[in-house]
Design a protein around this ligand. Structure first.
Ligand code: ADP
Ligand code: MG
Length: 250
């Protein structure tokens, strides 16, 4: 589904991604762990074309987006393809990012109607099904601020699903939640995983990684230090930096 080769990204003189290679197979769950500042969010944003890599390439769902040094024509020529890919990639943020002035239902309906040109009636019906899937049938007419953090994040997941994404990216989806609300959000993500949704999840929830991940990737200082099945990376890490990190979060 996603192939990443030799991706480099700097902000000014700070090299944030230092040659990332990663494969995410269709239907699998990849969990990315790593200390704060190691480049996890930047990697997700690069996959979703919210950031432009300086070099290397990323292919999503068979469509190659080439990168060369910045300013290269190759990228500009593929702007249309970038936009197409973005509507097929769902992104769930740490802070939910719901539209505060729209109801829950309107939050979910907005993108399918405006980006995918779905008839409103169909988008509303689909949104109601999605709300039921995340356990929020009764919240369609509420505004985000009337919901708990866990409920808001479940709406954000429903909103991402409304674009029928081929790939879902989660950037620390439970980090902003009170501890007692983490479980309800992880349960929704687990449910999606069991239905074969391809996803990349950045999280510090080691229990979730152990239970749900097909592959765990440990990143540090802009590089993939170690990757493999959860049992290997979490229980028998080979690198000192992975061991040090796990000893802090476990
Ligand atoms: P992580 O998600 O692993 O905590 P990030 O990808 O958010 O790491 O950030 C990696 C590094 O890049 C950090 O030092 C951060 O301050 C820096 N960084 C991220 N985005 C930007 C930006 N738009 N401009 C400048 N520096 C950035
Ligand atoms: Mg981050």
């Amino acid at each position: 589904m996603v192939e990443i080769r030799g991706v480099h990204k700097s902000f000014g003189t700070l090299e944030v991604l230092r040659g990332i290679d990663l494969n995410v197979p269709v239907g699998e769950v990849t969990v990315i762990l790593g200390p704060s500042g190691s480049g996890k969010s930047t990697l997700l944003r690069t996959i979703n074309h919210l950031e432009k890599a300086d070099s290397g390439w990323i292919s999503v769902d068979g469509s190659l987006i080439g990168y060369r040094r910045s300013g290269d024509k190759l990228y500009e020529l593929r702007e249309r393809e970038v936009l197409r890919q973005r509507t097929r990639i769902g992104f769930v943020f740490q802070n939910f990012n719901l539209f505060p002035h729209l109801t829950v239902l309107e939050n979910i309906v907005e993108a399918p109607v405006s980006a995918l040109k779905r008839p409103r009636k169909d988008a509303v019906a689909a949104a109601r099904r999605l709300l039921s899937r995340v356990g929020l049938d009764d919240k369609a007419d509420a505004y985000p601020k009337q919901l708990s953090g866990g409920q808001q994040q479940r709406v954000a997941i429903a909103r991402a699903l409304a674009l029928e994404p081929r790939l879902l990216l989660f950037d620390e989806p439970t980090s902003a939640l009170d501890p007692e609300l983490v479980g309800e959000v992880l349960d929704v993500i687990k449910d999606l995983a069991h239905q074969g949704t391809t996803m990349i999840v950045v999280t510090h929830e080691i229990g979730f990684a152990r239970e749900v991940a097909d592959t765990v990737v440990f990143m540090d200082e802009g590089r993939v230090v170690e990757q493999g099945p959860p049992a290997a990376v979490l229980d028998a890490p080979r690198h000192e930096r992975t061991k040090a990190f796990l000893s802090k979060v476990l």
